[in-house]
Design a protein around this ligand. Structure first.
Ligand code: NAG
Ligand code: NAG
Ligand code: NAG
Ligand code: NAG
Ligand code: NAG
Length: 798
């Protein structure tokens, strides 16, 4: 990150060499436009195989492994959309349907309190009569929880399509918060809170004024950016807004986030920034393209005097770009802003802005995280305006005279002491502002490309919070990402030499049982906890699960998790303040050779003896400790000291959980070694000594087992084996089909289940086979045909 801030925007364009992986992706994305979707999936999956998470836990495994997750669902389910965390007081407010809940942020399992705040009955009736769904729409959904002062929180709910707001008194005591709703002070929530529980919405309460991006009608058509004064003293509520139904102000916006950020040392220059997406007026009229935007208004904007009365006179907006460039100049745009996070830094004027985007492409799904500096956002707002002469003209860069003071600047002594208020602005400034809201230049990400990207995965990213942490080798920004299917990912971007970055996916945790979207996330750095909500409930998640990375220094080091380090005896939480000597961590390179004493002689894995039957399938399990580590199999035939590297063959299939050998041949016998390769560090994981039992002996021994002494039965048994083989072949086609999915790294449920079955079947089979082998040896000894079975020689004879 420190490297990123030193970026000189102008220079980076020419200096920047695209990271290898982006280039590869670029090719795919371009190909994708030409090829049918399936081909694209096949092609790209091979490249993305390595980008799986280091640690992947299903919802069940979250419980089994004691993965520091506490689940709370004590309320009326259906949309715990709003969270508010008070770090110092130690509580977490959860806004749900008709209720506000008070949870202990130390432990969500501790007793909770709740306040029942329903919608008024006549509004529920009205909502139903208007054709809305009573069970999903006509409640009082809490959409806003914002700190107001030391004791009070401002709270708004949809009120069954009749938004309402009031204060929540938490009192002074942190041990026993008061937690009382000021029922007597309920006021209209118009312009502060949406009518609908589903409408996207943002609001920020600062200095007694509420800035909100919301609609103010039943249909959600009249959307605007509002500022409402909520000083309880003023009885009539004054507000200022963007102009209604004018698409060059806002065009079907979906609001995502808003922040108050100072611009200079003077409070008069303070601005509020809004992040949203909308239908792009400047793109072609014919395709309704969605663009992401950043807009800003001055906090001291009071509107114009003769025109723009009660309308923003400083509202300007710019396009927010998050894209991947491909060769040939074709960019893939991640146009749809999903969430925005402001990472505060020591310099309050220059927080770092993280955005999560998704693609609107109908061909494939993808998400990306881009980072923006305030400098680049300000540069766009200080640049040229966009201009459209008339309905039949195109959008162009405005090259005419720009009036003074420059439209979009706040009235302050910084620029001109004569303009004390926006009402003092000259007429030409106000009239320019009526027609020019859009900037010509877009805002580009600080690293020019996304810091994290996921394409061709079964989810899209919906939420992000970022934790800046100190590690042994520097500072890292850890991304905690919520998906649309109940998962939380932990990722980071490691700066490499010469502008490149490497993305690392550390964890993929399924925190909710059903595949529900993550609605809200709050991070407690003090408690090292993450609070994640969906319509099912709220999950409290520890930021690290270091012990699950492995029980040795090598695995701990290879994980490259800045939260974790090898402390000499276990992989545990890293504290930057601790003495350095015993802490082993290498986030940048993940090189165990430099960190771990035991990294050398690691190949002490003994070979397990397994039996397979000729023409049957066998499965050799090998689970890499990291999803990121590619697995390599080597095969060494008996009586031969040279081993060969496994390559995809018709009968041998590399699956996610191991090697599937179909229709065993006697020549398949040998020593199978599975090793993983990660950051040029090789580890032997498992080793098998595979013996192949010829089918004839099998049939014979089976027949004998069924009816000892009957020679004829042996023949029938042989035929039976033949039929069985046909049936088995059919199954193999199915296997192959499934393998087609598995080996491409697309985690499909079917394959996982299949493999799970495979293990159990294999375990039972091995038991049986050992007995059979024993019996067979008895028979063979008795017949004294051969003294010892050597399947390698058998293969030679065939
Ligand atoms: C799970 O974690 C709790 C709290 O840290 C601990 O008390 C308990 O022993 C753990 N259980 C298992 C099975 O590891
Ligand atoms: C209301 O929504 C629920 C949940 O989505 C659904 O099951 C129900 O059928 C809906 N009712 C009506 C009247 O549409
Ligand atoms: C906070 O605001 C509420 C509502 O206006 C008011 O009643 C209360 O006295 C304020 N508390 C403090 C500590 O200022
Ligand atoms: C061989 O495969 C068939 C079909 O899956 C199975 O029914 C049979 O039991 C297998 N034989 C042995 C010895 O495992
Ligand atoms: C030993 O195995 C290797 C690799 O499979 C093979 O190329 C070589 O011919 C084998 N040597 C003998 C003597 O069988």
């Amino acid at each position: 990150m420190s490297q990123m801030r030193n970026l000189e925007p102008g220079k980076a364009w020419t200096v920047l060499e695209p990271v290898k992986v982006w280039t590869v992706l670029g090719v795919f994305l371009n190909l994708m436009l030409l090829l049918p979707a399936t081909t694209f999936m096949e092609t790209s999956a091979t490249t993305w195989r390595h980008s799986g998470p280091r640690l992947q836990l299903s919802h069940k495994e979250m419980h089994w492994t004691n993965s520091s997750a506490v689940f709370w669902s004590g309320g009326v389910s259906g949309g715990y959309q709003t969270l508010l965390l008070d770090e110092s007081a130690g509580w977490l407010l959860v806004g749900g349907r008709d209720h506000i809940y008070l949870l202990h942020s130390d432990n969500l399992a501790l007793p909770t309190r709740s306040i029942y705040w329903p919608a008024v009955k006549e509004h529920v009736d009205h909502c139903r009569l208007a054709g809305k769904n009573v069970s999903t729409d006509c409640g009082n959904y809490i959409r806003l929880l914002q700190p107001f002062n030391k004791t009070h929180v401002y709270v708004c709910g949809t009120g069954s399509y009749y938004p309402q707001c009031t204060y929540l008194d938490l009192g002074h005591s942190t041990e026993e918060p008061l937690f009382q709703l000021q029922d007597h002070a309920v006021e209209s929530g118009r312009g502060k809170c949406p009518f609908s529980p589903q409408e996207s919405f943002t609001a920020r309460l600062t200095d007694g004024e509420l800035y909100a991006g919301t609609s103010v009608d039943f249909m959600g058509a009249n959307a605007a950016i509002f500022r409402t004064s909520i000083h309880s003293s003023s009885s009539h509520q004054h507000y200022i807004r963007t102009e209604a139904y004018q698409d060059h102000w806002l065009n079907e916006p979906e609001f995502v986030g808003s922040f108050s950020i100072p611009d200079t040392h003077s409070v008069d220059d303070d601005k509020v920034y809004f992040f949203f997406k909308e239908i792009a007026v400047e793109s072609s009229q014919w395709d309704r393209k969605v663009y992401s935007r950043v807009a800003r208004v001055c906090k001291n904007d009071v509107g114009g005097k003769r025109s723009l009365i009660n309308r923003w006179s400083t509202f300007i907006k710019a396009r927010l770009v998050c894209s991947v460039s491909g060769p040939g100049g074709i960019d893939t745009q991640f146009d749809e802003l999903e969430d925005i996070f402001m990472l505060e830094s020591k310099d309050s004027q220059n927080p770092i802005i993280y955005g999560v985007f998704s693609t609107s492409s109908s061909v494939f799904r993808g998400s990306a995280v881009c980072v923006y500096s305030m400098a680049s956002i300000r540069a766009a707002f200080n640049g040229p305006f966009a201009h459209k002469e008339g309905p039949d003209h195109r959008w162009v860069e405005y090259k005419g005279r720009i009036p003074y003071p420059r439209p979009g600047t706040c009235p302050s002594a910084t620029y001109d002491p004569l303009h004390k208020s926006t009402r003092d602005f000259p007429d030409d400034v106000v009239s320019f502002m009526r027609g020019h809201h859009l900037m010509w230049e877009p805002v580009l990400p600080a690293t020019r490309h996304p810091v994290f990207m996921q394409v061709n995965v079964p989810h899209i990213l919906r939420k992000v919070v970022v934790d800046r942490v100190e590690a042994e080798d520097g500072q890292y920004d850890i991304l905690h990402l919520g998906t649309d299917n109940g998962k939380v990912l932990k990722a980071l971007s490691v700066p490499k030499d010469s502008w490149e970055t490497e993305e690392i996916l550390l964890e993929e945790l399924t925190v909710f049982q059903s595949h529900v979207p993550i609605l809200s996330m709050e991070l407690s750095t003090k408690r090292q906890q993450l609070y994640v909500s969906s319509e099912e409930g709220v999950v409290q998640l520890s930021l690290q699960r270091c012990q699950l990375y492995g029980k040795n220094c090598v695995d701990c080091c290879l994980a490259r998790d800045p939260y974790c380090a090898w402390d000499g005896s276990s992989c545990s939480r890293y504290f930057p303040t601790n003495k350095r000597r015993a802490r082993r961590q290498d986030v940048k390179h993940g090189d165990p050779m430099s960190q771990c004493h035991d990294a050398g002689g690691f190949d002490t894995v003994e070979a397990k003896l397994v039996y397979g039957v000729e023409n049957n399938a066998t499965f050799l399990e090998c689970l890499p400790r990291s999803q990121q580590a590619p697995v390599k199999w080597t095969i060494q035939p008996p009586h031969n000291h040279t081993s060969r590297l496994f390559q995809d063959e018709a009968r041998m299939v590399l699956m996610k959980q191991g090697l599937l050998v179909q229709r065993l041949e006697p020549g398949d016998a040998g020593l199978y070694t599975c090793s993983s390769l990660e950051h040029s560090f090789t580890q032997v994981l498992t080793r098998y000594n595979l013996q192949v039992i010829p089918q004839q002996s099998m049939a014979a021994s089976q027949a004998r087992a069924a009816d000892p002494g009957a020679e004829a039965a042996g023949v029938r048994g042989g035929n039976g084996g033949h039929d069985q083989r046909h049936a088995h072949l059919n199954r193999n086609y199915k296997d192959l089909h499934m393998m087609g999915v598995a080996s491409m790294g697309v985690a499909s449920m079917g394959v996982d289940e299949y493999c799970e079955q495979m293990w159990y079947r294999e375990k039972k089979k091995q038991q049986k086979l050992r007995q059979l082998k024993w019996k067979q040896t008895q028979i063979d000894n008795r017949k004294a045909r051969v003294r010892r079975h050597d399947y390698g020689e058998d293969a030679h004879l065939h």
